[in-house]
Design a protein around this ligand. Structure first.
Ligand code: ZN
Length: 117
């Protein structure tokens, strides 16, 4: 394995650990076992929703990181999942789990490209 790829793998693994820690924390804070008063409940539901939204983002990112790690293992890392061109090193340095090159990412954001799940 190339050194650059090793570094990226390391970064992905660290990022992954952080996310898992965060998701664990979120689970603890949505504990509903106490008897709530209505105001408290409203506040709690609100923060619970925010928390869930955050978890959703994080779960999604976690999936992307797992996917990127698989591509590292398969020696396919760094290629756009749509056009199969090489993703620039600059982009990968900023977003190591990027699935698409800049062009295709723009298409995704404009809804012009179907993302495969
Ligand atoms: Zn592309």
């Amino acid at each position: 394995m190339k050194k650059a790829l090793k570094d990226i793998k390391q970064r992905l693994l660290e990022e992954r650990d952080l996310l898992i820690e965060k998701l664990k924390d979120n689970d603890l804070s949505v504990d509903d076992s106490e008897t709530p008063d209505p105001v408290d409940l409203a506040v709690r539901n609100y923060s619970k929703n925010v928390m869930l939204a955050v978890s959703e983002n994080e779960s999604r990112q976690l999936a992307l990181i797992d996917e990127a790690l698989r591509r590292v293992e398969d020696d396919e890392y760094g290629f756009c999942q749509n056009c199969e061109k090489e993703i620039t090193a600059k982009r990968l340095a900023a977003i190591p789990w990027a699935r698409y090159c800049l062009n295709c990412q723009e298409l995704v954001e404009q809804g012009l490209l179907d993302e495969e799940e």
